[in-house]
Design a protein around this ligand. Sequence first.
Ligand SMILES: [Zn+2]
Length: 473
Amino acid sequence: MAVDLLLKGGTVVTEGGPVQADVAVSGGVIVGLTAAGEGPSARRTVDVTGLHVLPGVIDTHAHHREPGYTHKEDIITGTSAAAAGGVTVSCAMPNVYPPPNTAKVLRDMFALYEQKSVIDYNINAASSNLEELPALAEMGILSFKIFMVVDTGRDYPHMPGIGVHDHGKLFKMFQGIQKTGLPLMIHPHDQALMTVIEEDYWARGEKDFRAYAKAYSSYDGVIWDSAVSTLLQLQRASGVHLHILHLQTRRCVEMIRAARAEGRAVTSEVNPWTLWLGNDCANIERLASYALSYYVEPHHYQAVWNALLDGTSDMIATDHAPHTHAEKAPGRENGWKAHTGTPSVQEYVSLLMTDVNDGKLSLKKAVELLSENPAKVFKLYPKKGAIRIGADADFAIIDMNAELVLNDERVISKCGWTPYAGRKVKGLPLHTIVRGKFVFEDGKVVGEPGGGVKATPLTAEQAARLTAAAVSV
Ligand SMILES: [Zn+2]
């Protein structure tokens, strides 16, 4: 009997590494991995000779801005940009309005995604209502999210309702979330230290984008190190699975490495701006607030890169954070007036593939960081995150030889700009497939709003059943 779809002639990046194989898909799942040229007959055969077939990319940290801030981005534009970037699952962050910190608000937000998302999705709920945690956890979310930032001089993107930096309140949330069994994502930040650091800058009249970048990285990254140090103590005391966001200093890497060596439930992500933007002063000088602009000094960058390579840090997630020109431009004069964050979901896979082409990491390692590890950490594996029998047929098909100078004209995100404009990349997504359906084909988004479904964490039993069914090549 013919299968639905056959991807023929490609280099397939399996958990064992790249192999020449044909991939057969039926009913939205992978039903066959055969030697090249030996795939079954199919209703549709796509010749992917010369291309690399990767598992669909899983981005566990994206700001789609809907509801509440749809002048920046919305679910359709955000998930379309993700599809064009090779992403097949995108998880939204809760700094929207109203924030999903009650079961009712989260239910309404999921209804929006059901109607609008072009790819598979989930939402990381805000944990600011302790009594709502059990109900939120039962709604199939991947994780809770806490911002430790309570911004001075602006109320977005970290609005007061969901920012928490009081250690006692944090500890209560750690304990409550531990009981749900779900991971807790935290943007680490020492607000008390940052407040006095900022005041010193402002007292000296230093307010431009350089001052902002220097303030956030001052004293060799003390606001990050102090926060992570505290969070790790609260993790030890509560036993919660702590997922640290925005890893960007050498000492944070060392602390996480030590905690993991003790067998503690500590994972982390690295963002594109640490790897390809804020690690170079020249980018910040050229782009001002469009570069974010946290400055990541070279010795920190090197430690973070090594942490990705040696497995101390688990994944690359975008922190895709679009803002309009009007919200960014004032940052040249006053860095604190600009909204924080940069878009990156359409470009990050290309930037990492460029590093693969440059010999900085293997394709197998890149797939671990983009797909396999996010799926494992957030319990989507083995349904998602790897090319194996029984898994969802989610693929990012990459032309590793395609070259492009990134530019604003191709940006799908509503904000209309990318901080990576002008950068030459080699290795571009050509097709993206979600559960057997093309959502991005020959460089064009073809997915429909409402085509995505919620990517829900698997129970141990579901994962075991899929593992038993799978045959890796
Ligand atoms: Zn973020």
